[in-house]
Design a protein around this ligand. Structure first.
Ligand code: C2O
Length: 496
């Protein structure tokens, strides 16, 4: 369970009952009215004791047991659903919405499901920006999927995946749109443009940047520590990117973590995040989950399809085929559950000491490694378990802001219009906004981006140049969000 037990702030009892359907444009969002807008639209923080699930202690709650008799279901890509599967999906969300209306206290209903997600956002039990991000959402979706199955009397029901990793699916799936009238998958709190292809940000390129990572720290993120955490590139890249893009960087629903799970596309989005976790492991090359006991034994409480509380750990969800009874379009490798330890540092090469702030203009720093550093960089061979990370430490983004900052290697002319598909692209720094009065846990975070191949290709006497280029979803200039960071460095590390 969560390691922080501080008392929480107030909770707006009528959790997003009155949602503001007016789209807040990115321009409004960017303006100095940002904080005010955020507070006006956002539900307040959940009191731990107001959450339908206990977020502090799971004492006395029955433990998860696999539904071994259930045939393994395939979570398909949205673009491949058959008409009957679309009808079934729509019926399921219609039932979920009806349940919420008929009995607002039923923990399985639409709004209560969103509230459960909200309970793990920004407060003491925060699971975002840590390596708990992936297992927590996997467990949440598992029970959500079973609830939908129960509501339609069909436990073979499987969630679909919004397959934004596919270049051709870089827009909201049309089945989630306003037609037919009354479509239960539709949510009016989305940007008008979200059904059009993303032109100024590439979810498939963001996904590729995440998939290239070979270590769990860089891909999944790392441990929660009281003052700091590391965010993985899957979360910061396509995950935050598409949350924010769905609402064009504005607030409810998808753009704000306290309301995101009110939008049915949230679950298809997260099914794809979950699919990318599996596909990452399927690539092999030493990719594995973290082996730390802290990661494996973390435990959360959910409601099952029969309204019973159940506790479940990371370890329970790692093999989703055997324990959760679903699969994706690649077979989970047996080694996936084994786990690897965090790499140990061999050498660090400071690139930019801090603290520093980012303006909307791109910022480049160049450092020429000395001969010893150069040897370490070109000699770090993945086959010897050595990795070079670009490490950005102590990133601080206002909790309620959603800026995008692209990172490039050796591309000193990169700017806000340089595409993530550019070969020099390394990764995206971003945020998933939290209402200000919800953001009790708002530590700085670190990001690691693997640059081994690029470091191996350095030539003697040539500088390492890193460019941080703030960008946007539109042709407009990037917003002036006060982003600071403590340091940027290269870190040569070895797997223990
Ligand atoms: Cu809990 Cu996509 O967020």
């Amino acid at each position: 369970m969560s390691r922080v037990t501080t008392a929480e702030s107030s909770f707006l009892k009528n959790f997003p009952d009155k949602r503001n359907s007016a789209a807040v444009s990115r321009r409004t969002f960017v303006s100095s009215a940002l904080a005010t807008v955020g507070l006006a639209l956002a539900p307040r923080a959940a009191l731990a004791e107001d959450c339908p699930v206990p977020v502090i202690s799971a004492a006395g709650i029955p433990k998860f047991a696999p539904d071994s008799g259930l045939a393994i279901r395939e979570r398909k890509r949205v673009s491949q659903l058959l008409p009957a599967e679309i009808t079934r999906l729509r019926l399921a969300y219609q039932k979920l919405r009806e349940l919420s209306q008929n009995d607002p206290t039923d923990p399985r209903g639409w709004k209560m499901q969103a509230l459960i997600h909200n309970c793990y956002c920004g407060d003491s039990a925060e699971i975002h920006k840590t390596y708990f991000f992936l297992p927590w959402h996997r467990a949440f979706l598992y029970y959500h999927e079973r609830i939908l199955g129960k509501l339609i009397g069909d436990m073979s029901f499987a969630l679909p995946c919004w397959d934004w990793d596919d270049l051709l699916q870089n827009h909201l799936p049309t089945i989630y749109g306003p037609l037919p009238a009354g479509n239960s998958l539709f949510d009016s709190n989305r940007a008008v443009n979200s059904f059009l292809p993303t032109l100024f940000i590439s979810p498939s390129a963001l996904t590729e940047a995440a998939m290239r990572q070979r270590t769990p720290d860089a891909f999944l993120g790392s441990d929660w520590v009281p003052s700091r955490r590391a965010t993985g590139l899957l979360e910061s890249g396509p995950h935050n990117g598409m949350h924010n893009w769905t609402t064009d960087g504005a607030f409810p629903d998808m753009g704000l973590n306290s309301t995101a799970a009110l939008d049915p596309v949230f679950y298809a989005h997260h099914a794809n995040v979950d699919r990318m976790w599996t596909k990452w492991l399927c690539q092999g090359g030493g990719r594995a989950n973290p082996s730390s006991a802290l990661f494996l034994n973390e435990e959360w409480v959910f409601f099952d399809e029969n309204k019973n509380k159940v506790r479940i750990t990371t370890r329970d969800v790692l093999n989703h085929e055997t324990s959760l009874r679903y699969r994706y379009d690649c077979a989970l490798p047996a080694a996936a559950a084994a786990g690897v330890a965090a790499p140990t540092t061999v050498t660090t090469i400071p690139l930019d000491g801090g603290p520093h702030s980012l303006s909307p203009a791109p910022k480049t720093f160049s450092v020429t490694p000395d001969p010893i550093q150069f040897a370490a960089l070109i000699g770090a061979r993945p086959e010897l378990g050595a990795t070079v990370f670009l490490e950005i430490e102590g990133i601080d983004i206002p909790a309620n802001a959603a800026p995008l900052v692209n990172v490039f290697w050796s591309k000193t002319d990169a700017n806000s219009t340089t595409s993530e598909s550019d070969p020099a692209f390394v990764g995206l720094i971003s945020n998933f906004a939290t209402p200000l009065d919800h953001a009790h846990v708002h530590p700085k975070f670190d990001m690691l981006m693997e640059v081994t191949d690029r470091a191996n290709a350095l030539t003697i006497g040539a500088p390492v140049s890193i460019t941080l280029a703030p960008t946007t979803f539109t042709a407009l200039p990037p917003p002036a969000v006060p982003i600071t960071y403590d340091a940027v460095r290269l870190r040569v590390a070895k797997l223990a």
